[in-house]
Design a protein around this ligand. Structure first.
Ligand code: ADP
Ligand code: MG
Length: 389
């Protein structure tokens, strides 16, 4: 789960990490009121969307008067902002952050994430902050610095200071920079983040170290113990179908092609996507029905996969374990009735209750349901069928 920058800054503030003073605004009037309250010569008006790259796309405005704040707020609210991270369709701006502008001496990068190879949290720093860090990492990897963190000890103060020195932060500001790192690390651990990134954090003309931008991603599997974070959810920023699927305990991912894939388990999902590609097809999405669920849940899953009309065929690739092939078969029949599906449904069932499952489908004798014996056969078949569609 993601949250907005202003929400992230409030969390940072509560952990003693220095961030600019500011507040969210949902209207031009509110933006003007916040600006008046701030009483600062330079006010920054920032579009709040769940995507970075706003600066380069015109989503971060520097205002020198209340009138300018109003004009920028008018311009940004309701605008669809297209940044490098939003995709071509962009994201609509419904909220702003109005905050004090700071005099930046230097912009740097800092983040915490989990490194799967070492199974440790890694702190990543770079002097090349404020720009697209992915580009820095691929063209000049030597500018990316890392500190691996022992999970039992946590981020040691000497590691934070070492990072600060390696980032060539002037000695007088090393302790302030280290404090920012320690604070952000505590947020990362306490809140079960999968990513805590500040790009940029800055050294200011008046000798401060501050997080000017913050991105916090939370591990969905740990949200049950963070009610305060769950309350920050902005549903208008999320894919409505992914949300619908999540409410049913299903994982849905949109992929843009024309073959919908219904699978169980992440491994089988990847393998199914791969084999469809291998035979020249393009997956529209995959929906992982996981380990349990009723026939009605499965029918709802079909609805999510097909309702936008993008899918020209469905590949059901299920290896029954905890969830049983006969339940899936009933789900297919239920879905077909409920949704009046006209597109071909290629079904490969294996595992628990496979005989019963196949028998149910055979008896139902639905013209657009095609049963296959193997995953390979199924992939070939569905790719062939959507080509003619
Ligand atoms: P994004 O990453 O989406 O482009 P940022 O919050 O990083 O958005 O802002 C982009 C740039 O705008 C920053 O690199 C910084 O130079 C400038 N900026 C952002 N907030 C402030 C602020 N409060 N004061 C001064 N400059 C700012
Ligand atoms: Mg940024």
């Amino acid at each position: 789960m993601n949250i907005h920058e202003y929400q992230g800054k409030e969390i940072l503030r509560s952990y003693g990490v220095s961030v600019p003073v500011g507040k969210p605004a949902f209207s031009v009037e509110e933006a003007a009121n916040v600006a008046k309250e701030l009483d600062s010569k330079v006010i920054v008006v920032k579009a709040q969307i769940h995507a970075g790259g706003r600066g380069k796309a015109g989503g971060v405005k520097i205002a020198k008067s209340i009138d300018e704040v109003k004009n920028y707020a008018k311009e940004l609210l309701g605008k669809v902002l297209v940044t490098k991270q939003t995709g071509p369709e962009g994201k609509k701006v419904n909220r702003l952050l109005v905050e004090t502008g700071c005099k930046i001496k230097k912009e740097l990068y800092l983040s915490f994430t989990v490194d799967r190879t070492t199974a440790q949290t890694v702190m990543i720093g770079s002097e090349a902050g404020g720009m697209e860090i992915e580009e820095v990492a691929s063209s000049t990897p030597e500018k990316i610095l890392k500190e691996y963190i022992d999970p039992f000890i946590g981020l040691a103060p000497f590691q934070a200071r070492r990072m600060a020195f390696r980032l060539n932060i002037e000695p007088a500001l090393v302790n302030k920079a280290a404090a920012l790192m320690m604070g952000l690390y505590r947020v990362f651990v306490d809140k079960d983040c999968s990513l805590a990134e500040t790009n940029p954090f800055v050294l200011t003309e008046d000798g401060n170290v501050m997080a000017l931008d913050i991105k916090l991603n939370f591990d969905d599997s740990a949200l049950y113990r963070h009610k305060d974070i769950t309350e920050l959810r902005d549903e208008s920023e999320e894919d409505s179908k992914e949300r619908e699927a999540a409410a049913l305990g299903l994982n849905y991912v949109n992929l843009g092609g024309n073959v919908a894939c219904m699978v169980n388990g992440a491994g089988l999902a990847m393998a199914t996507v791969d084999i469809i590609k291998h035979y020249g097809g393009e997956p529209a999405n995959f929906l992982d029905v996981g380990g349990q669920g009723s026939a009605e849940d499965d029918a709802k899953a079909f609805k999510i996969m097909t309702e936008d009309g993008q899918a020209k065929g469905i590949f059901v690739n299920i290896f029954g374990g905890i969830n049983k092939c006969d339940i899936i078969a009933e789900g297919i029949i239920e879905a077909n009735k409920m949704l009046d599906l006209k597109i071909p449904i290629v079904v490969r069932l294996d595992g628990t209750n496979v005989k019963e499952g196949r028998e149910i489908l055979r008896k139902a004798n639905i013209p657009n349901v095609i049963m296959v014996e193997s995953m390979t056969e199924g992939a070939k078949k569905v790719v062939e069928l959507v080509k003619d569609a």
